[in-house]
Design a protein around this ligand. Structure first.
Ligand SMILES: Cc1cc2nc3c(=O)[nH]c(=O)nc-3n(C[C@H](O)[C@H](O)[C@H](O)COP(=O)(O)OP(=O)(O)OC[C@H]3O[C@@H](n4cnc5c(N)ncnc54)[C@H](O)[C@@H]3O)c2cc1C
Length: 244
């Protein structure tokens, strides 16, 4: 049985926006400063429910993965701005100093506490958000020395936000590798091409000592899981978060 760390109790959180960065044409990075409570216990990979008022004045919730790891200051998120979405309009309207109300931490998408594994992280688009916190935590806090691979799929090179940060991690940690794949690459692109599922075969040579974390839109998560289970991966060694 896979061993997971104990998950903290969720809390009602008041926060304010510290910084907003447009990472791509439709992905916004939001840094929050915690107001009440001033510290929040969470596991890298968990998410927060944002309370958002709709046009009728009712409060709705939308989940967003926490992209920071607990040792970083405040909370970090990467939100895809859907043109007609409630959360899309909300994140588009956030400015420095805006007050935010959320419930966190939620969910069980968290690192196992077991050692001795190769770890494969698979994310598409903003699905890479919780993986960022998990990978940083593994490499920087736990001092993980086993192989850690991030398979990150986006459409165009310009969509690959945080690539620089992951490349810097690669330089500092010989056991970490970023495989960035573009589904619509320019003709002179020398990196990986196609969808994340096109690269599983070559990246996963054996499943016995492998732990996998997958995050993104449901169809991708299902397809990656199916293919790895077919290869013989123990379902207990695959954790997934679906952006339903
Ligand atoms: C646990 C969890 C964690 C999540 N973490 C993140 C995160 O870190 N970053 C992030 O960007 N999102 C994340 N999501 C998804 C997020 O919660 C919203 O569902 C998403 O951003 C759409 O919300 P919205 O209010 O803008 O759109 P809605 O108002 O819900 O929908 C507006 C319209 O867009 C359609 N639509 C909804 N989703 C999509 C889509 N993916 N593509 C095309 N059309 C769509 C709907 O059918 C509807 O017609 C997460 C979801 C879950 C459950």
């Amino acid at each position: 049985m896979i061993g997971f760390v104990k998950l903290p109790e969720p809390r009602e959180v008041r926060a304010s926006v510290d910084r907003v960065v447009d990472l791509t044409g439709d992905v916004r990075e939001v840094h929050l400063r915690l107001v009440e409570p001033s510290r929040l216990e969470y596991r890298p990979g968990q998410y927060a429910d944002f309370r958002i008022r709709n046009s009728r004045g009712e409060v709705e919730v939308r989940g967003f993965s926490i992209a920071s790891e607990p040792e970083e200051k405040g909370l970090l998120f990467a939100a895809k701005i859907l043109p007609h979405g409630l959360a899309g309009a909300y994140f588009r309207g956030l400015a420095v100093g805006s007050e935010v109300s959320l419930r966190a931490p939620l969910g069980g998408f968290a690192l196992s506490k077991d050692g001795g594994f190769s770890r494969l992280f698979v994310g598409t688009g903003t699905g890479v958000a919780p993986l960022r916190g998990m990978i940083r935590h593994l490499l920087l806090r736990r001092g993980e020395k086993g192989p850690v691979t991030l398979l990150f799929g986006v459409r165009h090179a310009a969509d690959a936000f945080w690539e620089k940060e992951f490349r810097a991690l690669e330089r500092d940690h010989g056991n970490f590798r970023l495989v960035l794949t573009l589904s619509q690459p320019p003709h002179d692109w020398e990196g990986a091409r196609g969808r994340v599922t096109d690269h599983l075969e070559r990246l996963v040579t054996h499943v016995r000592d492998l732990e996998v974390y997958v995050c993104g839109w449901p169809a991708m998560v299902e397809e990656v899981s199916r293919r790895l289970f077919e290869r013989g991966l123990d379902p207990a060694r695959l954790r997934r978060e679906r952006f339903d």
